[in-house]
Design a binder for this molecule. Structure first.
Ligand code: NCD
Ligand code: ZN
Length: 388
């Protein structure tokens, strides 16, 4: 049976990515497409970054403005040398970050403690009660940059974890085993079985964030857990690169980070999770600056620097997935909900237009830091920040 043509002038939305969405108008001459300018603008509550490395000193001063320009808050990783271990360390580091902010910037650092086998549960309890820290970070010893002071034996930190479960303070985990016999591409999946699942069985009330999840196995695990106690951050760069980007045609040190990017099939699982609207998944850029001298070396440091273009990268990924309507959830709503904080009242507006020209590097007092290159043009740029 043939459907009657709709009333003249009636708008028929069609299922295409919102930025390219057109409205079809039935007129005397048939269907015609009218592009709606609104679809090239996207206003979101101001995003937060739930996993960020800011470093210290000259590097901090160089990279902080890049994050503060677009993000309202960030969970600040504690892997300095020496690490941020006590509440007093976190307070002092927070003060250094605030002092390094550009004049007029409104940015709130949310501090974390680096869990060690000598961390004092009473210190953690006090720091959480005073809102000095918002999470504790578990680095398996040796897993990544500056993780030598990390945990070797989880039973030794059980009193701290029990305290955190009691007070609702999230544990952010770097989810990779470090055993030398485990292939680097399998270290996340093995961590789920050997460490995360047993930990959650023994402390089901502990609120855990699987940081920078990179595998389909990680996504499936998180999806199977309650949203009240299990979340995961996803970086912008893991939505864009797979391991071919690092290795094919010559080694690309600026794509090397930890956990290392996996096969394309895993990247597809990450995109699916990020764009699904599932509140367990939220943005943590893991923007991790290292100078070019340290990246472009015989033994190059792990970390991608994305603070400057993370939002443009994300908008492009969500646009291509036809899910721009879910970007606000991922970048601005799910993270605060997990951390039991209000969403930001301010907004940012992304505008689609000619490709944005980001500088290939930023200068810091420590030396140049190369910005993540997504390998495709970025059409969405961040226009403005306004009150809502
Ligand atoms: C981070 C860094 O450089 O501090 N590097 C990285 O590759 N992501 C550490 C980390 O988060 O693993
Ligand atoms: Zn990190």
């Amino acid at each position: 049976m043939r459907a009657d043509p709709p009333d003249p002038g009636k708008l028929l939305p069609i299922a295409v990515p919102p930025s390219r969405r057109v409205s079809l108008v039935w007129s005397a001459t048939g269907l015609s497409a009218i592009a709606t300018a609104m679809n090239d603008r996207l206003t979101l509550r101001r995003p937060d970054d739930w996993h960020l490395h800011l470093r210290d000193g000259a590097m901090l001063a160089g990279v902080l403005p890049e994050t503060a320009r677009h993000f309202a808050r960030a969970i600040i990783m504690p892997n300095l040398v020496p690490p941020v271990v006590t509440a007093a360390d976190a307070e002092a580091y927070r003060d250094r970050i605030v002092a390094a902010l550009p004049a007029g910037a409104r940015f709130e650092p949310l501090m974390t403690l680096y869990l060690t086998e000598t961390t004092d549960p009473a210190d953690v309890r006090r720091a959480a009660a005073n809102a000095i820290v918002r999470a504790v970070k578990l680095y398996p010893a040796g897993a990544t940059t500056n993780s030598a002071s990390g945990v070797r034996d989880l039973t030794r930190v059980l009193p701290v974890l029990e305290t955190m479960a009691e007070i609702g303070l999230p544990l952010c985990v770097h989810g990779e085993v470090t055993d030398s016999e485990v292939d680097i591409f399998d270290r996340e999946a093995v961590f789920l079985d050997r460490v995360l699942a047993p930990l959650r069985d023994s402390l089901p009330d502990l609120r855990v964030v699987m940081e920078h999840v990179t595998t389909g196995e990680g996504i499936a695990y998180v999806r199977g857990e309650p949203a009240a106690t299990m979340g995961a951050t996803i970086t912008a760069h893991h939505l864009i690169i797979d391991r071919n980007h690092i290795l094919v045609g010559g080694i690309k040190p600026h794509y090397y980070c930890l956990p290392v990017a996996k096969r394309a099939i895993h990247r597809a699982a990450l995109i699916d999770a990020a764009t699904s609207g599932d509140p367990r998944f939220f943005l943590g850029t893991d923007s991790a600056p290292h100078t070019d001298a340290l990246k472009e070396a015989a033994c190059g440091c792990a970390g991608c620097f994305t603070a400057t273009n993370a939002l443009s990268c994300l908008a492009e990924v969500f646009d291509r997935a036809g899910s721009l309507d879910r970007l606000e959830g991922f970048a601005s709503l799910h993270g605060p909900a997990f951390y039991r904080l209000p969403a930001n009242e301010e907004t940012v507006t992304l505008v689609r237009g000619a490709p944005v020209a980001y500088p290939p590097k930023i200068d810091t007092g420590d030396g140049p830091v190369t910005l993540f290159d997504p390998g495709f043009p970025l059409h969405w740029h961040v226009e403005e920040s306004t009150s809502r």
